[in-house]
Design a protein around this ligand. Sequence first.
Ligand SMILES: Nc1ncnc2c1ncn2[C@@H]1O[C@H](COP(=O)(O)OP(=O)(O)OP(=O)(O)O)[C@@H](O)[C@H]1O
Length: 207
Amino acid sequence: MPQMIIEARDVGVELGGGPVLRGVDLRAGRGDIVAVVGENGAGKSTLLRCLAGLQPGVSGKVGVFDRPPVDEPAFWRDVALVGDEPAWYPGLTVREHLELMPAVHAAARMEVGTALETFGLAGRGDMAPLSLSTGQRQRLSLAMALIRPSRLLLLDEPERGLDPAFRSRLAACLTEYAAEGGTVVMATHDLRLVEVTRARSVTLEAA
Ligand SMILES: Nc1ncnc2c1ncn2[C@@H]1O[C@H](COP(=O)(O)OP(=O)(O)OP(=O)(O)O)[C@@H](O)[C@H]1O
C-alpha cells in the first residue's frame, strides 16, 4: 500500500478562457489532514474535482493512489466525496440512506444506530432527507461518507450549515478517521476546523 496517497504537481485548469488553477502542488500521505483554503473563487472546489477525477482539461500531474484519478467504481470504493448536496433517493428515509452504505460497500465503520447518534440524527431516522433542516442534511451527507470504509475523504466545505457544537464533533470524526490511517483533503473557510484538526493548510490564490 503506497504511503503517498495524493501527489499533485503543477496542476492547472482553464475555464471560460481564463486560468482557474495555475502551478498548484499538493501532497498527502496516510493519516494526513490537508485543508485547502483561500478566498471565494480561488479554485478550491476545482482542485477537489481534479483530485476526484471529475475535472476535464487538467494540466500537470495528478496522482491518487499512484495513478490518475478516474470517475470509475473501483476509484470510488476507496474515495468518499462530500460536495454539493447529493440527490436523495425518493422514498428512502434517513436511516435507509445510511443502510445503503454498508450494503453497497460490504462493511461499515460504525453501526447505523451509532451513526445516527454521532451525527445528531437520532429521532430523525424515519424522516425523509428533504424534511430535514439544511444543517441536518449536511450531517446526513457527512454520516453517509463516514459510515463506509474508505482511504481518502474529499470534503468541499464540510462545515456548510453546521452549528458550532457539531463542527467540533466533525473535527473529532475527522481526527479519528485520520488516526485510523485515512487521508482527508477538505476545502474550507472554517479556520477553527483547520486548527482543531491540526490540518496542514494549502492556500490557493486566484490564478
Ligand atoms: N464553468 C466555468 N466557467 C468559467 N469559470 C468557472 C467555471 N466554473 C468555475 N469557474 C471559475 O473558477 C473559479 C474557481 O471556482 P471554485 O468554485 O473552484 O472556487 P472556490 O475557491 O471553491 O470558491 P468558494 O470559496 O466560493 O467556494 C471562480 O472564479 C469561478 O468563477
